[in-house]
Every structure is written in C-alpha cells, then in structure tokens.
Design a protein around this ligand. Structure first.
Ligand SMILES: *[C@@H]1O[C@H](CO)[C@@H](O)[C@H](O)[C@H]1NC(C)=O
Length: 603
C-alpha cells in the first residue's frame, strides 16, 4: 500500500504530519456573532475601488522586485512522457456575466449597523496582525509558526507556506507594508530545493500555487506570476507519467531528471480532483494551454464514470489514477479525503463561465446523490431543522449504510450547496445549504467552549416522520458508542476527535450564506463563532490549536502549532463577513479550497 496516511484529510492530513511533528494535540476556542444587515452592493463601489486604487498607487512599477530564479528551471525539463502534440485549448471564454448572479443585492446599511460591523472587522484585523507579527518574528520564511515554543517548522517543502498562504489576506486587510515585505521574500523562494524528497502535489497546489495566483490577481505584482509559473511547472511535471495522470507525491529527484514518475496505486479522490481550478487559472493567466490540457484527463475520467459507482453521482473515497479507476470502492464521504473534489465542480463551472457543460452535470449529480444518501437530520433537543453530512459504506450486497458521523472538514458543504444553488438556479439547494450550515453553527453553539470538535457523532432522525427529541433513543444510541463520554451535550453520542485545529470550514459556509442570502442570522453566527475561537485559541503570540473543546476551562490545553490556513482562510473568512460585501464579491472571484480568490474572466 502507498502511504495513504498522508491523505487522511484535506488541508493536510494533519494527523500524520502533526504526529510526526509531535504537535498533535491541541485546543482552541472561537466565536462570533452579531449583526449587520444591508450593504450597498453595486459592482463597483467603495471597497473594490479602494483595492483598485491601492493597486494603482503601488503597482508593479513602484516595486520592481526582481525574482531570483529557482535553482531548477522546471519549465525546461525533458519529459519521458510528454503531452500529445495537440494540446486541449481552454473553452471559449464567455465571461462571468454569462452565469446567474451569485451575491444577494445588499441595501445600504444604517450608520449604526456600519459602526458595529467596522468594530468587529477591526477586531479580526487586530488578531490577524498579531498572528502575522509573531510569524514574522519567530518563524520568518518557515512553513508554520510554533505559537507556544516561539519557533518555526517546515512541513510543506520549506517554501514559507504561511507567508505565501497569507499574501492575499494581507492585501485584503490593507496591510500594505506587511504585504510588500512578504512579496520581497517570495521573490527569493527557491522552488529548486525542498526540505522533503516527496513534494505533495495537492498541498503545493492549493496553498502555494493558489496563494501566488490570488495575490497576483489582487495586486498585479509581476513577480508573483513569475513565481507561480515556476511552481506551476513543477506541478505540471507531476503529470510526467505513462498515462499522463498525476502522481500524488512528486519525487523531487526523479522530477528533475524528467525520467518519468510512478503513480501511486490508490490515492484519496481529492488529490487528483483538486488540481483543476488552479491549473485552469494558470492557463488563463499565462495564455499557455498546457496546464489546462494536463487536467482534462482527470475531468474526462470523473465525468465518464460518475454514474458507474456504487452510489451513482458520488465517487469512492479512494481512487486509482494508475488504473484510471474511480468506481471501485464502497466508502463515500464529502469530508476529508474527498471534499474539494466536489467543491471544485461548481467552482470550475464559475471559472469557465459555464463554457463546459460537464461541470454543471457533475455538480447536479453529486448534489442529488448527497441529499439522498449522505445528509441526515440529527435528533436534537429543540428539534432544530438542521442537516449534517455523514459517511456511507456500501456493503458487498450493494446496500448503503449511513454512519452519522460529522467532521469539521465537511462543514464546507453548506457553502458549496448555496454557491451551486445560485449557479444552477436552484433556490432549493441554497436552502439545503442553509440547513447544512446551521448544523455546523448548532454544533459550535452546543459545546461549552462555543467551538465544534474535529469529529463527532449524532443520532439521525428516522425517515420522514416529524423528528421529535427522544431522550431514550439518544441513551440507547450512545450506549453503542465506546467513545461516548458523560459530559457530552444532549444529542451527541461521541466527540471522537475533540480538538479544534484552527479550521475554517464552518465560517467558510457562514461567509457564503451571508453573501448569497444577506440574512442577518449569518453575521450573528459569525460573531459568536469568532469570539469563541479567538478566546479558546489565544496564546501570547497569536493562536494555537486546541486539544479538547468539549470541556470549558479558563485555559484550554493547546497544541504548539499554527496552521498556515489560520491566516489564509479562517481569519480571512471572518474578516470578509464583517466587510462590505463587494470586497471579494463572489460575482467577480471564485475562491479555491484554501480561500484564495481567482478573478473570474471577463468576456
Ligand atoms: C447520470 O445520471 C443522471 C441521473 O439519471 C443523469 O441526469 C446524467 O445525465 C447522467 N450522467 C452521465 C454522464 O451520463
């Protein structure tokens, strides 16, 4: 078996990596909440203008960073398995206006609403500054900050993951000096040397390539595109295989020799499925179709076989790029290992402005199957009408069995449903997205720290009957769970992994719901979540993961690790919820799975 443990979840496989780092257990707490309703949302109003002005005032010419070329020219490798002569071309761009509007039309807010919103936004800004300042001081150019021991650690090849991941957040927050300093550091990154022999293609793609391209889209700094191309060419080299399908880990030495890479036997489905958006954007930015050409084999395969799996519409958690097999396997989830495969179907539809009809079909197919098989209404004390997404195992007889297990990673799905609902003009799916997002908000609120644990179990309502709280049934169900603990809130049967590791997915969905529906409930939920998270994760230096969010204590036990996605995603989504809704409008940008916004092309 290949080292599948690398992939036990999106945004890394934290488990294995962190275990290796011995920073495994952590705690945290967050919060959010309150209100602000209506904003002016005309496409070109103030904050977008401010962004633009900043862009003009300190455009490329005033910061002529000369990129230091990486010590390996990844664009000049002679491949043993080159692409076919005729490269696939990007479909004709119709322009983002060809698709339905995504964002709610916000009304002008009152001055009181604005005051509250700005106050909250500033609170998020201050926390981000603190985290960034600590990274800068104690972990500069390292991949991540160790927020308790005041050091840094490399786990993503040593190319300053937190720095690259944070670029667009710094820009959005108007932290111009910090941004300029970080761009100067980016100019010196050497993608020709790596701290690890195996370079994970998924993480390199979503964090580094996504981060560089988004920062370029926002700022126009040429050096960012130059570095994105260097790195994109390394990732492109991951397709130097017999069947032109990608590897999961790029062997750094073999990649330089161009002698051909050996594809793993099986990989998590998110690994090949999450290269599409970034490589398509790189072709759009450079005009070079080779990156887009590389991902067409993956798209063809998933599209061809979507209806041939044990649950038509969904794909098994593990797939084989070696055998071009995406149908064998009986485990289905929208959570870790699979998540962004699905997330990218509607996002590709948005980035291509609807020019490839396979993406809405893939989107429709997975959403219908997920509603039928994976989503469940949990039985909870006040009979709240919420949804969670669980896992399904299909037995050898073909019968699906639901495991009502929710994970923080799966909380992205509410936002994806709302986004896809707008793109496919299905308000019913926007509403499903709202119920899914309320499920995660409910989980946050239920625990005494105000934070949802990494992984938990609940009790699904039965069939179509009205779902009345039944304490006896809860007791009976929890007795089947060795992981049950008497301190768990009503309705929960486990908190199998009680940590909070600074993850973004719940606030990500709250952000989408807010931008798409404009309902005040989401801003309130966000402020509650922000306050709980800020409090629980607080350290002298910034924020750290929390080991157990199921027990409230004055000081929660923490883990010595600050993930790069804390600034890249979690703090960014909080900040955007409390910003005017035209800052990174979803009608102009599509965000990758690491919250990096790519400009959707104009016609
Ligand atoms: C898969 O099945 C769905 C539902 O029957 C259908 O609408 C869709 O066109 C099918 N997709 C493909 C690629 O055949």
């Amino acid at each position: 078996m290949p080292p599948l443990h690398h992939h036990l979840r999106r945004k890394f496989r934290l488990r294995s990596r962190l275990a290796a780092l011995r920073v495994k257990n952590v705690l945290v707490a967050m919060v959010f909440c309150l209100a602000v309703f209506y904003f002016l949302n005309r496409s070109d109003n103030t904050s977008e203008m401010v962004l633009l002005e900043r862009h003009m005032n300190s455009g490329p010419s005033s910061h002529p960073f000369i990129p230091v070329k990486s010590s390996v020219d990844w664009g000049d490798i002679e491949y043993r398995y080159p692409p076919r002569q005729q490269l696939a071309q990007l479909p004709n761009p119709r322009g983002r206006g060809a698709l339905p509007r995504i964002q709610h039309r916000f009304k002008k807010e009152s001055s009181e609403a604005r005051r509250i919103r700005e106050e909250r936004r500033n609170t998020v800004l201050q926390l981000t500054r603190k985290s960034w300042a600590s990274y800068r001081k104690f972990a500069w150019k390292k991949d991540a900050l160790l927020p308790l021991s005041k050091g840094g650690v490399d786990q993503f090849s040593g190319w300053a993951a937190t720095l690259v991941d944070s670029l667009d957040t710094l820009w959005m927050m108007g932290l111009r000096e910090e941004f300029d300093e970080a761009v100067a550091a980016v100019a010196e990154i050497d993608f020709g040397s790596s701290t690890s022999q195996q370079v994970n293609i998924f993480e390199t793609n979503i964090r580094y390539l996504g981060g560089l391209m988004a920062a370029y889209d926002l700022s126009g700094r040429e050096v960012l595109l130059q570095k994105a191309i260097e790195l994109g060419d390394l990732i492109y080299g991951g397709f130097n295989t017999k069947n032109r399908m990608p590897v999961d880990n790029i062997n750094f030495q073999a990649a330089q020799e161009g002698s051909g890479l050996v594809i793993e036997n099986t990989v998590v489905s998110a690994s090949p499925g999450t290269l599409t958006l970034e490589l398509t954007r790189l072709s759009q930015l450079t005009g070079d179709p080779k990156y887009y050409d590389a991902i067409t084999g993956i798209v063809d395969l998933f599209y061809r076989d979507q209806n041939r799996t044990a649950i038509p519409g969904l794909f098994p958690m593990f797939v084989s790029m070696l055998r071009e097999d995406v149908t064998t396997g009986g485990t289905f989830t929208l959570g870790g290992c699979a998540d962004s495969l699905y997330e990218y179907f509607p996002k590709m539809h948005a980035l291509l402005s609807g020019a490839d009809s396979r993406f809405p079909a893939l989107t429709r197919g997975f959403m219908d199957a997920a509603k039928r098989h994976l989503f469940f209404r949990p039985m909870v004390p006040q009979n709240a009408d919420i949804l969670m997404s669980g896992n399904v195992n299909v037995d050898p007889a073909g019968v699906p069995h639901l495991d009502p297990e929710a994970e923080h990673l799966t909380c992205f799905i509410g936002g994806t449903f709302a986004l896809a609902g707008r793109l496919l003009e299905s308000e019913e799916d926007v509403e499903v997205g709202a119920r899914l997002t309320r499920g995660c908000v409910y989980a946050y609120k239920s625990f005494p720290t105000g934070i949802m644990p990494e992984r938990l179990n609940m009790v699904p309502c039965k069939g179509d009957k009205p779902c009345q709280w039944d304490a006896e049934r809860w007791v009976a169900e929890r007795e089947k769970r060795p992981e049950y603990k008497p301190h768990l809130p009503l309705g929960f049967t486990t908190a199998k992994d009680p940590r909070y590791i600074l993850r973004p997915e719940a606030i990500e969905s709250v952000f989408y719901m807010h931008r798409i529906t404009g309902d005040a409930e989401w801003v309130e939920a966000a402020w509650d979540m922000f306050q709980a998270v800020a409090k629980g994760t607080a350290t002298e230096l910034g924020s750290a993961a929390v080991l157990d969010v199921t027990v409230a204590k004055p000081e929660l036990p923490q883990e010595d690790y600050m993930e790069s996605f804390w600034i890249a995603e979690t703090l960014k989504y909080f900040y955007l919820v409390f910003s005017p809704p035209d800052l990174i409008s979803l009608d102009k940008y599509v965000l990758n799975t690491e919250a990096h916004p790519f400009l959707r092309p104009r016609p």
